[in-house]
Design a protein around this ligand. Structure first.
Ligand code: 5GP
Ligand code: MN
Length: 339
């Protein structure tokens, strides 16, 4: 965020405003944590703030302070619509294009508010009055911390904000292990802990929430895993029937793709999850080193994200999607072996 953006933002926030904070569809720990952290900060500055999500988020994030104040477009259609129409400022967090909010995009496109984007995904669209984009950042939650610093708001850091931002940083960095985790990230984490974030209980609340159904589904996913050593690639499939047989709940497949990436020698991992309701196959891609899954997803799956973590979708049936994937892989052989 340059000094001009900071002064525009300061000016916008110099009088009491009606503000909406929006995260992306299928909100993850970073979308929820960064949105709630920013909301808390803005409320302390005296603004009227509502956090809005396109749809519901997983149970393992429901314990986060103030998470119950979030409304979502799927379940609170009118309330969400009204909040967006009345908003004078809309912050969009943890996504780079309005279409990442699904049906909510139509409402956002018609909004009269000034937009402020805070995000770390590659190639952000140009829709905001202020675009605070930094693809080197590990998480939007770390960016919200720096946003507060830039607006001289660190004195407003409290236990709730510290906990909210800690969740976002922890989940987006794979518990501080991904390459995007920097020395600054750790300094931010230290500040959050000093402000009251309790690392052990936060980790437990997010990660030690397995149900027997989820672990059985993981067993199936691992059983379905296929590895191509010549391409340093592994993929996992989960069909709708397999989801149904194990009472699938939102968030149950979170992190499964990382098991494929943990195979020795593998630099590219991908999971294909059938979604009969939306008639798509939801795809999550992960990589190590230079191989860009952002590019791969943009080229083949109408998606995107970061160099080492991206998402997308296929409109083909699951078997055809896999067949196509296997036929594409050889074109990336050189790149995959050099990554
Ligand atoms: P996940 O695989 O966990 O759903 O997503 C990995 C990363 O890619 C996240 O940062 C997520 O926001 C982003 N992502 C997921 N799906 C899409 C998509 O369809 N389009 C774009 N541009 N990014 C996505
Ligand atoms: Mn993120």
């Amino acid at each position: 965020m340059n000094s001009e953006d900071i002064s525009i933002t300061n000016k916008l926030l110099s009088t009491v405003k009606k503000i909406v904070v929006v995260g992306h569809k299928n909100p993850d720990g970073d979308a929820v944590g960064s949105s709630l952290g920013l909301c808390n900060f803005l409320k302390q500055k005296g603004h009227h703030v509502q956090v809005v999500m396109p749809n519901d988020f997983p149970d393992f994030l429901k314990w986060i302070p103030e998470a119950s104040s979030i409304i979502n477009y799927e379940q609170n259609f009118e309330e969400t619509k009204t909040a967006i129409q009345k908003a004078e400022i809309i912050f969009t967090l943890d996504f780079n294009a309005l279409n990442r909010t699904g049906g909510l995009a139509t409402e956002l496109e018609q909004a009269a508010a000034d937009f402020i984007l805070i995000d770390h995904h590659q190639q952000p669209d140009d829709y905001a009055l202020v675009t605070y984009s930094d693809v080197a950042m590990c998480s939007t939650s770390e960016m919200v911390f720096h946003f507060m610093e830039k607006l001289e708001g660190i004195k407003l850091l409290n236990k709730e904000i510290a906990t909210q931002l800690y969740v976002g940083i922890m989940t987006d960095t794979g518990s501080f292990r991904f390459q995007t985790t920097t020395a600054t990230t750790h300094r931010v984490i230290a500040d959050l802990m000093e402000a009251g974030a309790e690392n052990a209980s936060i980790h437990e609340n997010v990660y030690d929430t397995n149900s027997p159904d989820r672990l059985k589904l993981l067993g199936i996913a691992l059983n379905n895993m296929v590895m191509f050593p010549e391409f340093r690639t592994a993929y996992i499939t989960i069909s709708q029937n397999e989801l149904n047989d194990n009472n699938f709940k939102k968030g149950d497949t979170e992190g499964f793709v990382n098991y494929a990436l943990s195979l020795s020698g593998v630099v590219f991992a991908i999971i294909f999850i059938e979604n009969k309701k939306e008639d798509i196959v939801k795809i999550s891609l992960r990589s190590k080193g230079d191989f860009s899954v952002n590019e791969f997803s943009r080229n083949h799956y109408n998606g995107g994200g970061h160099t080492n973590a991206a998402g997308g979708r296929s409109l083909k049936k699951l078997p055809e999607t896999i067949e196509e994937f296997i036929s594409i892989l050889p074109y990336y052989k050189k790149e995959l072996n050099e990554s």
